[in-house]
Ligand binder design. Structure first.
Ligand code: IVH
Length: 718
């Protein structure tokens, strides 16, 4: 193709093609990113494609389609949510109240009886799924395009929340061509626990900065329900939600209807919907019991809340035979786990001192079984939160413990207040409150919580900086609490890993005055150690051996072990890789620190401040003097980046390099590798059978080079 210099600017036909191409690419990459968690292009490249599409749609509004990824961003603010009548009602499931294994056996026995099966008949096949603790959603696709998302409501009529659901990256806006002409996909919208914690952290900061009308959320389910029902979709977008598909509603024009629940889920997965990987086919009650137990063990490690598992008869024919009782199918049951929220009373409010001096009010509770463990302490986060929730000694409170997250006091339940059920919340969720109605006398309420003016451990001033939520002890390593935490942090497995140096021992070492700073650890002798209460000579020797063994460590471990605020394990690794030596990190400027992967201004400043403190530099010197050592190297900080700021596009097959390798080499040299050619492209590297990208490059006058020329550009002195 010869470029025609006098050609008109691209005609709408080709703009339309480009828009369609961009939409297809963005759908593909959104699926890889949100649902499969395996992105193939850098975020910046996704953003670039996105912006290109936005620009086209702004210039040619007629090219806009409802399934365009740009529609995820949100726009107009609604006055109210419109009611939506479900074509097929959204049912609920009967709950097996017995949280023990026998609950599964009871369900299996019922199913077998209903089906008239004898004991000798083969086991019934079930599909066992997770019971997600979010809110049910019906997604309606017509000709493969998402046209409506509705909440469950009362099961007959829900609310139109399409504008908010479009912001959920995991929900496809368009489906492959082979889907039925009408398809309602049903499943659960939920918020991941880490997203929930981060959202509440952001909310606490806003509150600390004096924002009006902001609050923290009780649990991920309420946060998700609130986000989904927003009238302004920009608010929903700031509260990241996820989705799991598990069912379907109206389906029209299905050419190959599946025979089982399992096959349905697999086809939903193939069409791009997230389906939980734990889903399992189980035969008979024993396998259901095993599933319930196995998932129970994994529950804390899952990134989201579940309140049980669901068993469904796998065969859809058998489901039909079993039918319904009122709103509940006979072929399904929910089998619960112990609740993650419970009621208890506050016996005292203590203030704990963290490693970096943060003072945290902690409620001491009457022991209560929550989320599978007995809880006696729950965090109140900070003074503002404790006062906003108005938690006082003597109060009845809701505690929540989910996953590995520290238990927290969610709210106070005053005797006169009847909790409002939240849409999407199960009725069983209200059970704990029944205790309040038994007419027990409420104990006297204590005073509202105030943070003490001095650190409860060392007596130094406790201060809260402007705009910060937390009070801090100003004592630094003078404060025994901070010293203990600092030593435990240094000795933990992920840091310098000193076996045997646990809570109790560190407590004794600090309280007895044997240890004031980290390097003192290496001055410990057998007599002093063995002189401590409950310390046998043998264990004292073991601790000394462990210290000796770990005199040889690694830079990332040591750096993490120093306990610099905001420097976690991953950052310590990035810093070590980049700089190669501790001295270079200690002397790095904020700007130099900002060059490191994932290091932002807050982290950079924190590192800088830490090493500006003379006593911290001394700690490092003394550790070295005590014989602590680690390998150092050049680091990657001075790897030459001859192609910084250049954009490349690769096309065709290269004589020696694979495409990914070429891309990696270019990126290592600082270049950006883009997926399509534009005026901003500096070079197109063309191999055999290069296609339209080569034409486009010629059309735009972009330099076209071959593999050899690219390799030459990669030379540092090129
Ligand atoms: S199936 C006919 N499967 O539990 C059955 N529901 O009371 C229709 N839920 O409102 C629902 N995980 O929000 C089904 N794997 C799962 C589920 C699930 C959570 C929720 C859903 C529904 C409630 C049923």
């Amino acid at each position: 193709m010869t470029p025609d210099l006098f050609a008109e600017p691209p005609q709408p036909a080709s703009v339309a093609e480009r828009a369609a191409e961009l939409r297809a690419q963005l759908h593909h990459h959104a699926h890889l990113y949100y649902t499969l968690d395996a992105p193939k292009i850098p975020d910046a490249e996704y953003d670039r494609l996105f912006q290109e599409l936005q620009a086209i749609e702004a210039q040619h509004p007629e090219l806009m389609t409802p399934d365009s990824p740009t529609q995820r961003v949100g726009g107009a603010i609604l006055k109210a949510l419109a009611p939506v009548r479900h074509a097929v009602p959204m049912l609920s499931i009967r709950t097996e109240t017995d949280t023990e294994a026998s609950g599964a056996a009871a369900f299996d026995a019922r199913v077998r009886r209903e089906l008239g099966l004898a004991e000798a008949d083969p086991p019934v096949e079930y599909l066992a799924e997770l019971k997600f603790d979010g809110l049910a959603m019906s997604l309606r696709y017509e000709q493969g395009v998402l046209v409506r998302a509705a909440t469950r409501g009362d099961g007959e009529t829900g609310e139109d929340v399409t504008h908010n659901v479009r912001t959920i990256g995991q929900i496809p806006l368009r489906l492959p061509n082979d889907v039925p002409e009408v398809l309602e996909v049903r499943g659960e919208v939920y918020m991941r626990r880490d997203q929930f914690e981060a959202l509440n952290e952001r909310q606490r900061e806003k509150i600390a900065q004096g924002a009006k009308g902001e609050k923290t959320f009780v649990n991920p389910r309420n946060a998700a329900a609130g986000a989904v029902r927003q009238l302004d979709s920009r608010i929903a977008r700031e509260r990241p939600l996820s989705f799991f598909a598990y069912s379907w509603g109206e389906v029209v024009g299905d050419e190959s209807p599946p025979a089982t629940q399992y096959d349905w889920l697999m086809r939903l997965k193939a069409w791009g919907f997230p389906v939980a990987e734990q889903t399992a086919v189980c035969r008979g009650a024993d396998e259901l019991v095993a599933f319930h137990r196995r998932i129970g063990e994994q529950r804390d490690a899952l990134p989201y809340d579940i309140d049980g598992v669901v068993y469904k008869v796998n065969s859809l024919d058998t489901q039909k035979r079993l039918g319904f009782v009122t709103r509940e199918p006979r072929w399904a049951v929910a089998h619960k786990y112990p609740a993650q929220e419970q009621l208890t009373t506050v016996q005292a409010i203590d203030v704990q001192v963290g490693r970096t001096g943060k003072l945290t009010p902690v409620a001491k509770l009457a022991p209560v079984f929550v989320g599978g463990v007995t809880v006696t302490n729950a965090t109140l986060h900070n003074e503002l939160e404790a006062r906003r929730k108005d938690v006082r000694v003597g109060d009845t409170v809701i505690v929540r413990r989910a996953g590995d997250v520290i238990p927290e006091v969610v709210s106070v339940v005053l005797p006169s207040v009847q909790p409002e059920p939240v849409e999407g919340a199960s009725r069983e969720g209200l059970r704990p409150f029944d205790k309040l109605r038994t007419g027990q006398a409420q104990p006297e309420r204590g005073e509202p919580f105030t943070m003490p003016a001095h650190c409860p451990v060392c007596g130094s001033d406790a201060v809260r900086e402007e705009g910060e939520a937390d009070h801090r002890c100003t004592g630094g390593l003078f404060c025994a609490a901070q010293r203990k935490q600092a030593i435990l942090h240094y000795a933990q497995r992920r840091a310098v890993d000193i076996e045997g140096l646990g809570d109790k021992l560190v407590e004794q070492l600090v309280d007895s005055g044997l240890i004031k700073t980290l390097p003192d650890l290496y001055k410990l002798g057998l007599t002093a150690l063995a002189g401590l209460e409950r310390m046998a000579e043998k264990s004292a020797q073991n601790v000394l051996d462990a210290l000796q063994k770990r005199r040889e460590t690694t830079l990332p471990r040591l750096l993490f072990g120093l306990g610099i605020r905001h420097v976690g394990e991953a950052t310590a690794k990035d810093l070590s890789r980049h700089f190669g030596s501790l001295d270079r990190i200690m002397d790095a400027s904020v700007d130099e620190l900002l060059q490191v992967n994932d290091v932002g201004p807050v982290v950079a400043q924190s590192i800088r401040t830490f090493f500006e403190q003379e006593h911290n530099r001394e700690v490092v010197e003394q550790l070295r003097a005590a014989g602590v050592h680690w390998p150092e190297n050049e680091g990657e900080h001075n790897t030459p980046q001859p192609l910084l700021g250049k954009t490349f596009v690769l096309t065709g097959t290269f004589p020696t390099l694979k495409r990914e390798d070429a891309k990696a080499m270019l990126e290592a040299a600082g270049a950006k590798v883009a997926g399509s050619v534009s005026k901003k492209t500096d070079y197109v590297v063309a191999g055999e059978e290069a296609g339209s990208k080569l034409d486009k490059a010629r059309e735009l006058g972009v330099a076209v080079i071959d593999e050899a020329a690219m390799l030459a550009l990669l030379q540092p002195d090129a």
